[in-house]
Design a protein around this ligand. Structure first.
Ligand SMILES: NC(=O)c1ccc[n+]([C@@H]2O[C@H](COP(=O)([O-])OP(=O)(O)OC[C@H]3O[C@@H](n4cnc5c(N)ncnc54)[C@H](OP(=O)(O)O)[C@@H]3O)[C@@H](O)[C@H]2O)c1
Ligand SMILES: O=P(O)(O)OC[C@H](O)CO
Length: 329
């Protein structure tokens, strides 16, 4: 039986715990709240996220003891929003992840450090890049709960690691496959949240499907320029790990980033949109990291720049979208 430490108690951690435990893995499940852990242990349900899913407690072991959960596992799966990774992991000893395989399920960057999550973890715990991977692809937790057909991509420079984790995920409704492009997949997963957030802003302002299609087409080019500047290598951005993930987030009713953006477009402040959502839109944090990273790279990124101006410099969404629309072809 594979032993997994799941770090995080939100929607995606809940969906991954469902898939992995139903496939026979033992999942030690770390959550920060004692009440949530107690509720899970007594009812088998995670009360605030995907609460319809019932867990088999002979395979799923909820706990607030991070060190214990990590010590018992061969695999560590990170599924807290990127903004809270440092807080969660800094309690661990520098050698705590030695000889473990680490999978980031996070689509965000470490604020302040402007690092990809896998780069941060490798640096903080002195790990070889071959011990790390990312789980990506167009997959909403809500559809996993409903067991709708989904596809995941595991990115790692170690093919065996990516294949082994794919194997742990495959089931009746999940297809998973390995890919070598760890950095490219991770950067695109970060970028697509910013783009979806901007689609939401446009929607909130009253722009329609015609405009969104052009926004997304231009966004693919922006994504290509940026990822190529950071990590030049041949990659097919039409693969589902890149374009598929962008499309689901830009168009789905379940998208946190699009929903957040739509509220901003309708006039909510960042604070009030965050309070109303009760879920985390990674794109809000990511846009600051990407904007700062790009100060050196100087890649033309009109969409990320507009989102940054709106969210961090309080420039009117309507004004930024007027400027943006003149740049699109
Ligand atoms: N949801 C999806 O469909 C999906 C799919 C693929 C990837 N992802 C990625 O998975 C990651 C997690 O997202 P999610 O959708 O699972 O999040 P979510 O459902 O919005 O849940 C938010 C999580 O963040 C925690 N949190 C909030 N404030 C915190 C704080 N101050 N300190 C520590 N933890 C805090 C919450 O803990 P409490 O409940 O204790 O407040 C909860 O576990 C993101 O990077 C996201 O991009 C999500
Ligand atoms: O679509 P969002 O904004 O909820 O983000 C969740 C996932 O990244 C979708 O693959």
């Amino acid at each position: 039986m594979e032993k997994i430490a799941m770090i995080g108690g939100g929607s995606w951690a809940t969906a991954l715990t469902k898939i992995l435990s139903e496939n026979g893995a033992r999942v030690g499940w770390w959550q920060r709240s004692k009440d949530d852990v107690q509720h899970l242990r007594s009812t088998r349900h995670n009360r605030r996220y995907l609460s319809s899913v019932a867990f088999d407690l002979t395979r799923v072991f909820p706990s607030t003891d991070l060190e214990e959960v990590v010590k018992e596992a061969d695999w560590l799966v990170l599924a807290v929003p990127a903004a809270f990774v440092k807080d969660a992991l800094d309690k661990l000893d520098r050698d705590a992840l030695k000889n473990k395989r680490i999978i980031s399920a996070i689509k965000g960057m470490i604020p302040g450090k402007n690092l990809l999550v896998t780069d941060y973890v490798a640096e903080r715990f002195r790990l070889p890049v071959a011990s790390l991977g990312i789980v990506a692809g167009p997959c909403h937790a809500e559809e996993v709960a409903l067991e709708k057909q989904s596809y995941l991509t595991i990115g790692s420079v170690d093919h065996q690691l990516a294949e082994d984790f794919s194997q742990l995920l495959r089931n009746r409704y999940v297809k998973a496959h390995p890919m070598a492009d760890l950095d490219g997949i991770e950067y695109c997963a970060v970028m697509k949240n910013i783009i979806a957030l901007t689609c939401g802003i446009a929607h909130g302002l009253g722009y329609g499907d015609n405009f969104q299609a052009v926004l997304v087409s231009n966004a693919v080019q922006e994504m290509r320029r940026f990822v190529h500047a950071l990590n030049p290598q041949p990659r097919d951005l039409s693969a589902s790990a890149y374009l598929g993930d962008l499309l689901v987030t830009a168009y789905s009713q379940f998208s946190r980033n699009r929903t957040f953006g739509s509220m901003i477009g309708r006039g909510y402040s960042v604070k009030s949109a965050q309070m109303e959502m009760n879920m985390v839109a990674e794109g809000y944090y990511a846009v600051k990291s990407i904007y700062e990273l790009n100060k050196e790279l100087k890649v033309p990124m009109p969409i990320a720049t507009a989102a940054y101006h709106i969210l961090y410099e309080k420039i009117s969404p309507a004004v930024e979208l007027e400027i943006l629309k003149e740049k699109f072809r």
